[in-house]
Design a protein around this ligand. Sequence first.
Ligand code: S3P
Length: 438
Amino acid sequence: MDVKKVKPAGRIKHKIVIPGDKSISHRAAIMGMLAQGETRITNFLKAEDCLNTLAACQQLGATVNWHNEELIIQGCGLEGLKPPRSVIDCGNSGTGVRLLSGVLAGQSFESIITGDEQIRRRPMQRIIDPLFRMGAQIESEPGGRCPLRICGGNLRAIDYISTVASAQVKSCIILAGLFAQGKTSISLPGSSRDHTERLLRFFGVAVASGTAPGSGPGQLPDEKILVDGRSELSGRKINIPSDISSAAFFMTAAAILPGAELKLENIGLNPGRSGIIRVLVNMGAEVVMENQRQEAGEPVADLIIRGKGFLKSTHIYGPMIPGLIDEIPVLAVAAAVAEGETIISDAAELRVKETDRISMLATELSSLGVEVEERPDGMLIQGGNIRGGEVDSHGDHRLAMSLAIAGLVSEQGVTIKNPQCVNTSFPGFWEILEKVAR
Ligand code: S3P
């Protein structure tokens, strides 16, 4: 069986090139397909998830070419998509399925969209309900699971209130809204990553967004987005920032290891994604931002992370969660070596990611000698040492990479079963890890 052994690291001092942002790469491919004319993309993430979305765009009629490292997409315009000749397979990607379903709901032809075993277990009712209200016909497996058979067209604009603070749900409805008559509005609790809104504006579409007083019992301010139907996109040139969710693994390693210093260039700092920086600083790490700028409507900077060899525990909860949802597995590793008790709460969404990340983290960290108490909406982690041992990624890319960081900061090292799943979001991860830890 394929395994990776990660030995405890000494001092790390490096500059690392982090690959392109996964969330933005999906959106850039989809918007390139929907645009009139040519879109040229650099730093597109060539990982399985985004390559599957790109293949789906080709199935729907976009022409895709690579010129050295530049991706060139000839768009179809909103009216020009073609019926796919076969099932659209998004592999492991929830973002791919949910965003493309919004586009498919706007087409009068029928299509079937699905993914791998993990995707076929994930909840899709959260997008089926609003798309149905907009007028699309959607058949699913019991419990609102993939494959989805979608037949749409002639959509009407709706005012939708989502009970989950999910950027995937929001983006699905925004994309469907492009094909509707009239103005579609979406409200959701708290605020989530706004890549779709930013990139649509960059492609020339007017998207209004703001916050409104909270409607839920927790009284979190709602995020509200308005998009006009039938607004054409025009092809653009985009340089995709590097992915903060991939950077997160090495940022955390540097924050933990005494005397570490790591430089990460061109990191996307979308306010709905950069919660990890605040948490690491709050736990005691030093994070410096240099050369702050904008790329394709997104804030970007170079980051320097310095570890002082001491972290203290923290509380990760409520409105913080959407801004660091994908970083919780690696923050759990930081909590495992911090002084004191860290509580992660209000994070039940972790149970419907690629795996049930609450349960998997509790199981795998426990087998490395960490004291973890699993809770319905999070966990309590007693900081101390990570002894080390053998663990399983369960085919979850972020779990595999978090456990690798646990290996770097452990006493005896960590062996990870099923390590190849990192290719979902971070090809080259193992090579960089080896270089950094040498
Ligand atoms: C993503 C949104 C998040 C995140 C996922 C990528 C996106 O999911 O966990 O990895 O690109 O919109 P939810 O929006 O479902 O929380």
